[in-house]
Design a binder for this molecule. Structure first.
Ligand code: NCD
Ligand code: ZN
Length: 355
């Protein structure tokens, strides 16, 4: 049994730097043809020159300049910059010309490498206005740093609402949506407001993080919440709601940095994301391939991972394909020093590498 689908895109990945960059890029490129690269590197990506250097470093890991064609097919990093206070709004057109498709807003201290984030939105408004003018997407880590952890996402929604109405052409993505409140909020928003959904927020609740033993490899921001929250996400994704598209938030940290007194947030899902999504859609009886979804815009996994994000970002459909086959395999306990999601577990579906 196997399915061949249009090559998936991943609209939220952390590819990291230095020694982790190569293994993470190569693993990510096994499943995904285009990935939206997060800018929370050290130092962050805030200039056109840094953006070009980072893209070059990513592609160099696949051994090809420009638009890399690796053993796994074509791979295109879609670049972003960090929306921070000291960006000169006049540099936004340069960032767009260098290939940025969006800018990522991190509130102060909400996640990995965000101590440079904004404490209030006001100082960022000139940059956001310039992004609207340049038709760049504003990606938002939607959490209020000072709210109780389970309420952080919901408590950030008024900030998003104010931006959406202040900038009537701005496209906004609420990244790694994690709560039923945000799902309700999105249903009242114009279509230019979308959301990425991770595989781990479709599978985990807070019980899988702290309900029994402490599971540091299930710890991420925003934290997995109640069953009702997870079910609200599953409902929208399986219904094929076009504003919800795939962004894995695959976020590797070395094992010692997670299994620690002060563990880092982030789950490394790149090796398992597609097999787990196939399993989820199958279990709920939703087709994997668009061609099995009937005429029109019926829900399918292929539409979720290979079409809706590209449409939101106004990109051509991805080229190439990916085959997943029903082959049992055991997820390695460690990949290059990082414990992947579902480490040591048996999965029913595997991504087939091209011969
Ligand atoms: C991400 C990381 O490690 O860079 N961590 C996470 O828990 N998701 C940052 C982020 O997207 O919040
Ligand atoms: Zn992220």
């Amino acid at each position: 049994m196997e399915y061949t689908i249009r090559r998936p895109d991943d609209f939220h990945v952390h590819l990291r730097q230095d020694a982790l960059l190569g293994p993470v890029v190569r693993e990510t490129a096994r499943s995904f043809g285009r990935v939206l690269v997060m800018p929370n590197t050290v130092p962050p990506i805030t200039t056109a020159a840094q953006l070009c250097d980072y893209r070059r470093a990513i592609l160099a890991e696949l051994g090809a300049p420009g638009r890399a064609v690796s053993a796994t097919g074509s791979f295109e990093p879609l670049m972003t910059f960090k929306v921070v206070q000291d960006i000169d709004p006049r540099s936004v057109p340069d960032l767009a010309a260098a290939g940025a498709v969006g800018g990522k807003l991190y509130p102060h201290g909400v996640t990995t490498n965000s101590s440079d984030g904004a404490r209030t939105i006001d100082p960022l408004l000139p940059v956001i206005e310039a992004m609207e003018a340049a038709d760049l997407v504003l990606e938002i880590h939607a959490e209020s740093p000072d709210a109780f952890c389970l309420d952080r996402e919901a408590s950030y929604l008024p900030v998003i609402e104010s931006l959406v109405f202040r900038y009537p052409r701005l496209r906004v993505v609420i990244e790694h949506v994690s709560s039923a409140e945000t799902v309700a909020f999105l249903s009242d928003m114009p279509a230019r407001v979308g959301a990425t959904v991770t595989v781990h927020h479709l599978l985990l609740t807070l019980d899988d993080v702290i309900g029994g033993e402490l599971r540091p490899h299930h710890f991420c921001k925003p934290i997995a919440k109640r069953p009702e929250d997870r079910d609200a996400l599953i409902d929208r994704v399986l219904a094929g709601d076009p504003r919800y598209f795939f962004g894995s938030d695959s976020a590797p940290h070395l094992r010692g940095d997670k299994e620690s007194d002060c563990g880092c947030a982030g789950i490394y899902t790149a090796p398992v994301a597609i097999p787990l999504l196939v399993d989820l859609f199958e279990r709920h009886g939703v087709p994997i391939r668009e061609s099995d979804a009937g005429t029109g815009d019926g829900p399918s996994m292929e539409r979720f991972v290979s079409r809706l994000g590209a449409e939101f970002y106004r990109l051509a459909p991805s080229t190439g394909s990916l085959t997943v086959e029903r082959v049992a395999w055991t997820v390695p306990s460690v990949c290059e020093g990082v414990v992947p999601f579902h480490a040591g577990h048996d999965l029913a579906w595997a991504v087939r590498d091209p011969i």
